[in-house]
Structures are given as structure tokens and as C-alpha cells.
Ligand binder design. Sequence first.
Ligand code: SF4
Length: 452
Amino acid sequence: MMGRLKSDQGQLFYEFHLGDAVPEDHLVRKIDTALDLSWLRSELAPHYSLMGRPSIDPELMIRMLIVGYVFAIRSERLICREVQVNLAYRWFCKLGIEDAIPDHSAFSRARNERFREGDVFRRVFERVVEACIAAGLVGGEGFAVNASLIAADANKQRSIAGQDWWKDRDPARSSRAVKEYLATLDDTAWGAASDVVPKFVSPSDPAAQWTGAHKGPAFFAYSDNYLIDVKFGVIVDVEASRAIRQAEVGAARTMIERTEERFGLKPERLVGDTAYGAAPMLNWLVEEKGIAPHIPVFDKSKRDDGTFSRSDFRYDPTSDVYHCPGGKRLGTSGTVHEGKTLLYRASKLDCDVCPLKPKCCPKEPSRKIPRDIPEHARDVARSFAGTEGFETSRRERKKIEMRFAHLKLGRLRLRGPQGAQDEFVLAAIAQNLRRLASLVARAPPAQVLCIT
Ligand code: SF4
């Protein structure tokens, strides 16, 4: 017999417990077990006035945003609507069935003003990382770094040529995104990362970089930089930067320093791709931080014309000379060129009679080898290549690529450096919570919640 829907929506009284309507294995339950925001009110209290109309509860704001970033609902209007109609989201946000949902415009204002002043998203992020550390999900031995391009909320059609955008405009008469960009002009992750004038600039979001790095059509983008612990892929730091290599390398340094300062974590090795393999970065890792760079060396000394490359010459650090393929020594006078390079020269007498000269220096009287002062760090990085540890690191690099593959950010909704930063930090909070929930959801709460 065909069943019939029993419709009695006019019923006045129900016995209803919101918690009973949320399945035991629903993701919001696992995330709720892993999340502790009991510290939030007391830490935010200085940013609120004691008088006036009550604002939206900050814990409600954070919980609604977590729902948005975990379930890929990023429009504030949509988040408010979904929390209104979805019982699981309501339960996670600690709302009753009859509680009112914040108005989306008030929600947006609070998010962009008071929450930024209090740096709330970063504090929540750090608490979640602390929870991951407490749950034993962070090894601290190996970190991996990488960046992913995320499309900015900027249109090519409304852009202007790079040389037509002037930086000395009055911040007081500019939009929030422009003001934020003007405030970061001296920052190495933003304005000071490069002097190159971009081809196009978006007047509504000038920090967004016009880039063709994806090999397809160019677009305006920001870089989302992650530093992860390779044990379980927990994101230990996140940073927004301009979408150029120099800025991404600067962001990597910032994240390594900040992780050491905030959590007392300094890895023994750093895993990265060639973008992080230039001499200054390797030198910083090896000489200043004492971190082993498991990073392919960025080296432009390879020759393609059939003559010997620098790698065909063996450097002897004990006597500070190179040995050429013909068995002769190349020494240096110690003069530093361009503030960073020493030249090691072969004797003209040796080269004149050498049978290898056509393969070595056919157009010069003798061969010279340039060596940057931080070359030692490159040699250290080269010494790891091909080792078992390096191969393990190469496999572990995939974990950070997976973090980006699972990142549910399409095009950014917020503009400006701070807007990008907020979105990236929220996305990282959501990813870490999912990780924490999936790995320790069944552990006793005390193991996860002892983070205050
Ligand atoms: S040409 Fe000079 S530097 Fe090159 S292999 Fe011969 S001796 Fe060595």
C-alpha cells in the first residue's frame, strides 16, 4: 500500500530536544568535541564597551564562521540562512530552535571591524593548533612549506595598467582594501617584495597580484602560505602574501619564526620545493636557524651549450679552492663582486695547454667559477639530495599539497591584505578542526580540551 505523508504542521506543542535531531556521527558533533572557545569572552572583553546595545555573541560569530568554512558556505548571507534552517548547524552554534539568527549585515560588520581589532581569528587558530599539539598530532621534527594561488575578488575588466596606479594617494580618501595595501608598502610580504611594476592593478584591491603562474589565463590572486607538521599534516601556521615568489619566501620565514615564538616548535628539517631553494633562504635556514633544508637547490649555473657546468668542478672547503675536470686548482683573490660573489680562476698557463679547453672555456683565456658567499648553504642542501631522508621528505611534501587540494576556497570574498589573511586563517582553522575531529574525535574530551 502506498504510504501517505502525515502532515500536521499546525501542531502547537512539541517535545523536542535539538541535540536529539543531530546524528551521533555528524561532523559538527566531532568538531564540537575538539573545539573549546571558553576563553573567548574574557579575552575579547577589552574590545567591547560596557554600555550600549549588546553585540552579536563572539562565540556565536566564530561558530557560524566555522560552519561556513567547514561546509564551504562562505557568503555571510548564506551562512545566516543555513544556520537558520539547518538543525545540526543550529545545535553546533549553541542556538535554541526559537533563537533569532544575527542579521547578515551586522554579522559582516562585526567580522570586519571588532574581530580584526582583536586579532580573534589568529587567536582561535593558535588555540586549535595547541589542541592538536596536546592531542599528540604534531611531531615538531619536520615541517613542510608551500603556497597556493587563490583568486582575488578583482576583475580584469575594471583593472588599470600598472604604471597608472600611484601609491602616494591619500589613505583617508581610499577604500578599506586600498588603505590596508598602503599600510603594507614597506612589508616584505607585500609592497616591498618586488620593485617590478605589475602589468595590471585592480584599483579596488591593489594588493592582489596579476599572475599567469598557473600557465593558463592570468588572473588577480593572493598566495595562501601554509607551514605544516609532516606527522599528521596539521597546519601549524598560515600567512597571506602577494602572489610572487619573493613574498612567499618571506612568508615562510615569518611562519617559521612565529611558530617557534608561539609554540616553541623549531623543526630539524624543512621540506619545500625549488621556490624555497635560492641561496639567501638556504643560508638563513642553515646558518641562522640550524634547520636542515630538504629542498632542491635553485641553481642557474647549469650550462646548456655542452661546456662544463659549475657542478663539474669540485669545491674543497678545507683549502677553499675548486678542482677542475682537468685536475687543476682554481683559487680566489678574495675580492667580493656585487656584494655577494667570489670568483675562482684557473691559471691561464694551465688552460692554454689543456686538452679539455674546448669543453671548458672555448671563448675565454681561462675558466672562472663564480661562488656566492652563501654557497655553503647550497652545498649543505645539495648534500641531502638522493639520501633516504630526502626521499622521505619528498613523499611527505605531498601532505601539504593535499591540504591545498582539500582547501574549499574558490574566489576570495574579502578584499585587501587583511581580508585575504582572515579568509586563509579561517580556512586553516576549519582544516585543522576536521583533522583533529577525524583523528581524535573518540578520545576522552580532557585529552583535547586541556588548552586553556
Ligand atoms: S681548461 Fe682550465 S679549467 Fe678547464 S679543465 Fe682545462 S685546466 Fe681545467
